[in-house]
Design a protein around this ligand. Structure first.
Ligand code: PHE
Length: 341
């Protein structure tokens, strides 16, 4: 009997099998239990021999059962440890770190330079009303400047007689918003996205400008020139040759566009040398009609405004010959120019 059950226990491969053996041996109706019940029918002499023997057998079987159970549990744990094993000495997988986009970096740099010259930052919406984007800036609806701007028009809201809103074509509407809010004197810049239906090496349908506006008692064109040259020197880290070209904007009089000397060569653009010029900004003395539209009395103050192409000066600073690459989101390109890890 003993050999039979110890053998069964040894061969039991799981908890259920062990329980089966336990029931068969020492369970209520188990073989050993039944034998013990028969003790009552024995003579006292027989019982004296059989009793301790059966008890010992029962104990031995129980001990074997417990030992086997523990062994099975240990084996199961071992199995689990093996499958869940983790090598903490393996090198970690390399995670590439993202970085601030070059245009955002340049925008922050521009803000910092103008902050040093006392300019605070103003903001306006990218979906702008016809009034702020055009009329208030002395561009009435028949004006040719509207056609030149390649404007993206939005849908007019149902039931409205207003002119359709536009994706702002420049940051100049922020001049009006800032003047309405703060009045004069004022010294602000307004960086942000602007939109025009235009696409080539130096034009993208979405691009970035930073507007500048300074109105005071006797701010002049000379102040404008100084501020812009001071800015460009700080931004490029050296004096670069500029060309102030007489120009025309409905919202400034007189007006000037500024080009920066540069060289296009071997798929690279270099600032401050060569025979090429890249236009980077428009500027001028704020037109009295603009001040009036913004609720400022032109007899109380005057000043200048400018709009710099942020992407253009970023191209020049980093030697990137095609503006469109800035907005392609090509990681290889970003890495090549050191803009991403
Ligand atoms: N808004 C003009 C443009 O986008 C630039 C400009 C700004 C010119 C302020 C004069 C004064 O072309």
């Amino acid at each position: 009997l003993k050999a039979k059950y110890l053998d069964l226990i040894a061969n039991a491969s799981d908890e259920a099998a062990i329980e089966e053996v336990r029931l068969a041996a020492v369970g209520k109706k188990g073989e050993v239990s039944l034998k013990m019940r028969e003790l009552g029918k024995m003579t006292p002499e027989e019982r004296q021999v059989a009793g301790p023997a059966l008890n010992a057998l029962k104990d031995e079987i129980n001990a074997a059962l417990t030992a086997k159970k523990t062994a099975l549990a240990d084996a199961a744990l071992e199995e689990r440890l093996k499958s869940e094993w983790l090598d903490v000495t393996l090198p970690s997988r390399h995670a590439r770190q993202g970085t601030v986009h070059p245009i955002s970096q340049v925008t922050e740099e521009v803000m910092a330079i103008f902050a040093d010259m006392g300019f605070t930052v103003a903001e306006g919406p990218q979906i702008e009303s016809d009034w702020y984007n055009f009329d208030a800036l002395n561009i009435p609806s028949h004006h040719s400047a509207r056609a030149e701007m390649d404007t993206f028009y939005m849908k007019t809201p149902e039931g409205s007689n207003d002119a359709p809103p536009v994706l702002r074509t420049h940051t100049s509407p922020v001049q009006i918003r800032a003047l309405e809010k703060n009045g004069a004197p004022i010294r602000v810049i307004a960086p942000g996205r602007v939109y025009r239906a235009d696409y080539d090496q130096t034009h993208t349908p979405m691009f970035n400008q930073v507007e500048g506006l300074a109105i005071g008692k006797d701010i002049s064109m000379a102040n404008l020139k100084w501020v812009l040259e001071e800015f460009l020197s700080a931004f490029f880290g050296k004096r670069v040759k500029t060309r102030f070209r007489a120009s025309h904007f409905p919202f400034t009089e007189p007006s000037a566009e500024v080009d920066v000397q540069c060289k296009w060569e071997d798929g690279k653009v270099t600032v401050g040398e060569g025979d090429d010029w890249l236009e980077i900004l428009g500027s001028g003395m704020v037109h009295p009609k603009v001040l009036e539209a913004a609720g400022v009395d032109p007899n109380e103050g005057q000043g200048f405004a400018f709009g710099i192409g942020i992407d253009r000066i970023a191209m020049l600073k980093y030697g990137i010959p095609d503006l469109r690459a800035f907005f392609d989101s090509d990681l290889r390109w970003l890495r090549h120019y050191g803009f991403s890890a």
